[in-house]
Design a protein around this ligand. Structure first.
Ligand SMILES: [Zn+2]
Length: 108
């Protein structure tokens, strides 16, 4: 049992959730791509929303997958930049956090 078990559970279910959402978005987009030209023009606005949603989902999924890799490698909860322990309070809010608050602020 690791003290990060609960985060592993959170991250694993989050990954499933994001993969399901991404799969659904991708299906919606490809369904629209086969529609008539006139319909496509009308739905372009929706597509842009879907694209943005897809990108956002993909970005979070990538971070979640990376965090799970770090869990497996035993690097989880350690700041990638300065090597300090990331406080659990921060991981509670952002389980895929790879940087401590200080480094995250400096990086952005
Ligand atoms: Zn740091």
């Amino acid at each position: 049992m690791s003290r990060f078990d609960k985060f592993q559970q959170i991250l694993t279910s989050r990954r499933t959730e994001l993969e399901t959402r991404l799969g659904k978005i991708t299906r919606d987009v490809s369904k629209k791509a086969s529609a008539d030209w006139s319909e496509q023009a009308q739905e372009r606005e929706n597509d842009e929303v879907l694209d943005a949603l897809g990108n956002e989902t993909e970005l979070e999924l990538r971070q979640v997958v990376k965090a799970l890799d770090r869990l497996n490698e035993g690097d989880y909860g350690i700041c990638e930049r300065c090597g300090v322990d990331i406080p659990e309070a921060r991981l509670e809010i952002m389980p895929y956090a790879a940087l401590c608050v200080k480094c995250a602020n400096e990086a952005s």
